[in-house]
Write a protein that binds this ligand. Sequence first.
Ligand code: NAP
Length: 332
Amino acid sequence: MRQVIIIGSGPAGYTAAIYAARANLTPLLIASSVEAGGELMNTTEVENFPGFPEGIMGPDLMARMEEQARKFGTEVLYDDVTALDLSGDIKKVTLGSGAVHEAEAVVFATGSAPRKIGIEGEQRLSGHGVSYCATCDGFFFREQQIAVVGGGDSAMEEATFLTKFASKVYVIHRRDELRASKIMQERALANDKIEFVWNSEIIDILGVDAVTGVVLRDTVDGSTRELALTGVFVAIGNDPRTHLVHGQLDLTSHGTVWVDGRSSRTSVPGVFAAGDVIDPTYRQAVTAAGSGTTAALDVEHFLAARGDAGAPERDASEIDGLTDADALTGAA
Ligand code: NAP
């Protein structure tokens, strides 16, 4: 049996592994068979990770994190977790190979996935004009005409940010009313470089090696038209990857795994969570790495105090589906 198993191989998972390995916990890290390395594997140049003033390619950064984690004794398995049993003192992690690994503690760092539009061209041109991260890729669209898809805070934030680089930013929204908060709306609406394309959805993304335009459908009258542009930023929400822990860990109203305050402690003793799977707000490689550090330190404390660790106290208002009355009666 292991002391700790870390599930996830993004910045949160690998940073947790580096800390846990240096604390002689000989962690096992499950890196996934096809998505090892997490979201940064889909990114080109990372220019905002401290320590790399010349920038570093996303996959290279992840390879270096893995190397650093292995150097201190982390064992990495490229396999998918198919089932988790988090009840009881011994946690059971079942892999696609059929192997079952046991541990005293688990760090759950499965990240989040940007919601996809789900149309032809989106996947094919991802990284070639289609992006899910303005802070990562906006810089590459200097003096170009680009679009942001969505009508929420993320879309407003990304569109406003992208006007630093682009000559024009279209915001393509499927309705004629924004979901975004008033202040974010006002900021975007007042920006001369932003043009709103209302009641429109993208039904095709054009281009062979790079984006050259999109086909729009009017959601009111069904008419279609083409719009020439070189970049499409999809900002229609993110979904934390929590399917493995549904029914086992408490989630928040955002759908993220609930943790106790600024710690990584989940609602189940011995289970810790880190990175995008607990973060509906920041979702940066650096913040995920910091969160992984917190998880490894919490694991260390948990193992040191084994036997004393109880379920943390919870703020009922943060837990999805839990009423104040439930909390008062100790339910959930
Ligand atoms: P969101 O609030 O769920 O908004 C998603 C937007 O994308 C909506 O306008 C939605 O349209 C649209 N959309 C969803 N699926 C679509 C599809 N398949 N095709 C086209 N459009 C689609 O997501 P978010 O903007 O990422 O925000 C998530 C949370 O983070 C919110 O609570 C938000 O307030 C918060 N946030 C805060 C800040 C900030 O305060 N600085 C920044 C970013 C995010 P409809 O409106 O028609 O449903």
